[in-house]
Design a protein around this ligand. Structure first.
Ligand code: 2BA
Length: 109
């Protein structure tokens, strides 16, 4: 058995969970925050048999879209001016960041 950990954008969460549930994959959703942008994202835990991993990854690839996000970073002051100027920078957020891990033990009580 494998545990798929998928960090996705909030915008893709509803459709992805609905699609996985329709195909009878169990999903646990965690509300998470990206360490770099400090904006909310969604982490899904999906436990599946080894033979199902590629099918689930295909579903994620088909739904999760990369997007550009404008982030405002302060630019260091120059020429004796001590005011930090906000400067918008475009950051590309991937459709999904996925980890697939071995599950040592699985039990439902
Ligand atoms: P964040 O950490 O908020 O990162 C959002 C996006 O900012 C990243 O998109 C990447 O394009 C950029 N970014 C992140 N760290 C950077 C850095 N040190 N310098 C320059 N740009 C940087 P993604 O790579 O698609 O990541 C989306 C979200 O997935 C991340 O949100 C984080 O929550 C998670 N993630 C990505 N890689 C991870 C990893 N190796 N381990 C754990 N979580 C990860």
């Amino acid at each position: 058995m494998k545990m798929i950990i998928a960090i996705i954008q909030n915008a893709d969460e509803q459709l992805l969970i609905e699609t996985l549930n329709q195909k009878e994959y169990s999903v646990t959703k965690l509300a998470t925050t990206g360490g770099f942008l400090k904006i909310g994202n969604t982490t899904l835990l999906i436990g599946v048999e080894d033979t199902e991993v590629e099918k689930v990854l295909e579903i994620i690839r088909g739904i999760c879209q990369p997007r550009e996000e404008l982030v405002t970073t302060p630019v260091a002051p120059a020429f004796g001016n001590d005011i930090y100027t906000p400067y918008p920078v475009e950051v590309r957020i991937g459709g999904a960041t996925i980890f697939v891990m071995d599950v040592e033990h699985f039990e439902k009580i």
